[in-house]
Design a binder for this molecule. Structure first.
Ligand SMILES: C[S@@+](CC[C@H](N)C(=O)[O-])C[C@H]1O[C@@H](n2cnc3c(N)ncnc32)[C@H](O)[C@@H]1O
Length: 211
């Protein structure tokens, strides 16, 4: 996602209580960030925040942590979350490669990965958010039997991710090569998803459960 540098982004993030600028400080005590004991779900690569805002509004009994790399993107999402007045979201800037430094054992109940970069070249595949290198990190903080919900437009990433999940001890509970014709009724469309839908590209989707 290419965005022009926004000089207001960092100060805006630092003064907004919904943004956790130093997420490592919350390791093992994310419940304190929400002031309740509700289960916490995680979205990796949240982009402009449409998905997390909608899902959090629909599920007030859950808490959501949304992560993205760039301040420019975080600031846009943060504005959306703030204006929606939804209280069960916290958002943090983070390189996902360091995600296991931020959450403790059994701290997260579900992960959403929506339209991550497919990194098609062989030498870059280790950067995929579904690669075994990343799944191994997620397992450090996912509760037993929790799920990862993964959506993509990219066929090769999807097929190879099926192997990554199985290799890391996940069971594929649900999968479809055409989400919008599958009858699955809990989908929330993301910004990238709506672009791909307009182009007539099928959305691939799976739910992987930690055994
Ligand atoms: C293709 S966009 C998808 C955005 C959104 N999930 C959607 O479906 O509309 C991918 C997002 O993931 C973020 N991202 C990619 N790699 C990341 C990483 N290693 N750490 C943190 N964020 C990352 C990007 O900044 C971008 O906002």
């Amino acid at each position: 996602m290419r965005l022009r540098k926004k000089w207001w982004a960092r100060p805006y993030m630092e003064e907004n209580l919904l943004c956790i600028v130093e997420p490592r400080e919350y390791k093992g005590r994310w419940k304190e960030a929400f002031n309740n004991n509700n289960e916490i779900y995680l979205e990796l690569g949240c982009g402009r925040g449409d998905f997390v805002t909608n899902i959090a509004q629909k599920n007030p009994e859950k808490n959501y942590v949304a992560i993205d790399l760039k301040d420019e993107v975080i600031a846009i999402a943060l504005k959306k979350i703030t204006e929606s007045e939804v209280e069960n979201i916290r958002i943090s800037p983070l390189q996902i490669a360091f995600i296991n430094e931020v959450f403790d054992k059994d701290e997260i109940g579900r992960i959403y990965i929506n339209f991550c970069n497919p990194w098609p070249k062989d030498r870059h595949k280790k950067r995929r958010l579904t690669h075994t290198r990343f799944l191994t990190k997620y397992k450090e903080f996912l509760k037993p039997n929790s799920q990862i919900w993964f959506k993509t437009d990219d066929d090769e990433l999807f097929v190879e991710s099926l192997d990554y999940f199985k290799e890391c001890g996940f069971e594929i509970e649900f999968m479809t090569y055409d989400l919008h014709k599958s009858g699955f009724d809990k989908n929330i469309v993301t910004e990238y998803e709506s672009k791909f839908l307009k182009l007539g590209i099928n959305i691939k989707f799976l739910i992987a459960k930690l055994k």
